[in-house]
Design a protein around this ligand. Structure first.
Ligand code: TXE
Length: 495
């Protein structure tokens, strides 16, 4: 069994490394199918301990009432510590998720940047003195919820953990983080890094475990005042229903089926590079994957021909090989789900232009590989164009004109992202404003910045993450009135 720096059979419960009371978890390297770490996940009792210790820590350690620059100093130290540990984090995450080392390195550095950015945003955050409409001074204050539940998926754990934990901690909360059982190891490593960087004990818990048991217990816990979730839309809906019963705010970052649109005047080399990167990087396991590729009918044959020949040239292999572009999927189970979706599409009439199968032999044996796949010959209302595949599968679709394009692109439950390839900036603007999506990339794709808000429209989500205002989504607003009048309130009369 390969040694990873994860310690013994322990999870992080309210500042203490303890053996989890839940189901055993086997962390599997999807490049080889080998188990590299075994430990026990969290139980409902662990959730109880994490939440109550977290609540006490937020109050007793002074974290809640610490001045912004004091909390910011700790967040900066965490950011620096993540950057200093980036190689270790990257190695663990590649082993756990299969992703390429180049990508996991970038994710680790992005997590470091997130903590540093939130430190800066916290130090410079302003409260408003609102216009007075009486003999009083009015001001707005923002206060933490107490304990925030952060539930993250397996596709980019360190980055999504940081995206929730950094602003929630900055806001003065304790955080109970539940990573997915398919990729829990890097979140446990993050806990060790935060601990070493000086985060007061109890403020962060990391509780790997099943969503149905551990995630559900976090969402239902009465002391959890806010939940931030990234994952599938069905799970997001279920969490939203529970939150409605508690009258608790939730941020939901859900799935996508994003259109990427090629106009006849596009710079073909840039568009090809962007479309390939948009769907096949991260092996398509990205919420913003550009999985529906709309190409204007006048350039459809040529563009799709080039796309297919370039897709065939993509290098599929283990994430540890520096030449790999398309790494394995996160698990064999997920790979089989992707394969079944492609088979179903073919049964319903889709043509496989390239890929559409599991590579065999040599380095692929035992791994969760799937060839990058381009499908054609289906209409936009086929299931393969409606359901999130979360794998390396693009569907190409022709369009006739702008009206036809906008109708097709928006005819989908999701509204997460969109890519537009054209040299005409007026057209780019028109289309960008007409498409239902939280993020639109023009002549680029899948670029992210912590300083830029991220949100989903329609079934892709609720609420906004990132940006300077990201901290305030983990705070409750309070209005204060200070009397400045010379007399008592008149209603009660007086002498
Ligand atoms: O997601 P889940 P899964 C999509 C993608 C994928 C599908 C299923 O299409 O194929 O969702 O993936 C926790 N209460 N995305 O099963 O179930 C769960 O343990 C509380 C899109 O991995 O949504 C994990 O920690 N928590 C996506 C997290 O929720 C619950 C990223 C996400 O798991 C829970 C991942 C419950 N009842 C998958 N049930 C994106 N948009 O980036 C599960 N969880």
């Amino acid at each position: 069994m390969r040694k990873v720096p994860l310690g013994a059979d322990e999870i992080f419960v309210g500042g203490r490394w303890e053996r989890g009371g839940g189901e055993p978890i086997e962390a599997v390297d999807p490049a080889t199918g080998r188990v590299f770490h075994r430990f026990h996940g969290a139980s409902v009792d662990d959730v109880e301990n994490a939440v109550t210790r977290g609540r006490a820590a937020a109050d007793d350690s002074g974290w809640r009432d610490a001045l912004p620059h004091e909390r910011a100093a700790v967040l900066r130290a965490i950011g620096d510590a993540i950057a200093a540990t980036a190689e270790e984090i990257s190695a663990v995450q590649t082993t756990d998720t299969g992703k390429t080392l180049a990508e996991t390195r970038a994710l680790a550095l992005s997590a470091a940047g997130t903590f540093r950015f939130m430190a800066a945003a916290l130090e410079t955050m302003e409260e408003a003195v609102t216009p007075s409409r009486g003999p009083y001074l009015t001001m707005t204050a923002h206060e933490p919820y107490g304990v925030v539940g952060a539930i993250t998926p397996w596709n980019s754990p360190i980055a999504s953990d940081a995206q929730k934990a950094a602003p929630a901690l900055a806001a003065g909360n304790a955080v109970v983080l539940k990573p997915s059982v398919w990729a829990p190891c890097v979140s446990l490593l993050l806990a060790r890094v935060c601990e070493r960087a000086g985060l007061p004990a109890g403020l962060l818990s990391v509780l790997p475990g099943s969503g149905r048991v551990v995630g559900d217990a976090i969402v239902r816990h009465p002391l959890v005042g806010k939940v931030s979730f990234t994952g599938g839309t069905a799970t997001g809906r279920a969490i939203g229903r529970l939150a409605a019963d508690k009258i608790m705010p939730v941020t939901l970052e859900l799935g996508g089926k994003s259109p990427t649109i090629v106009f006849p005047d596009a710079d073909v080399e840039r568009a090809i590079a962007g479309v390939l990167f948009g769907i096949f990087s991260s092996t398509g396991q990205s919420c913003v994957a550009g999985s529906r590729v709309f190409v204007h009918e006048s350039v459809y044959q040529d563009f799709v021909g080039t796309l297919v020949s370039r897709t065939r040239r993509l290098r599929v292999g283990p994430g540890t090989d520096p030449s790999t572009q398309v790494a394995p999927l996160v698990t064999g189970e997920h790979r089989d789900r992707v394969a079944r979706m492609v088979e179903a599409a073919v049964t319903e009439g889709a043509r496989v232009l390239c890929g559409g199968s599991i590579p065999l032999g040599g380095v692929y044996d035992g791994g969760a590989y799937y060839l990058p796949t381009v499908l054609a010959g289906v209409s936009n209302d086929a299931p393969i164009c409606r359901e999130e595949i979360f794998g390396p599968v693009a569907v190409v679709l022709p369009f006739a004109d702008e009206a036809d394009l906008v109708r097709q692109a928006n005819d989908n439950d999701y509204g997460l992202a969109c890519g537009i390839w054209t040299r005409d900036y007026r057209r780019a603007y028109r289309i960008a404003r007409a498409i239902d999506a939280g993020t639109v990339w023009i002549n680029t794709y899948k670029q992210f910045s912590i300083s830029t808000p991220f949100s989903g429209h329609k079934a892709s989500g609720l609420g906004t993450e990132k940006g300077r205002e990201g901290i305030k989504s983990y705070m409750r607003q309070k209005s204060l009135y200070w009397d400045l009048g010379d007399h008592p309130l008149p209603w009660a009369g007086g002498q």
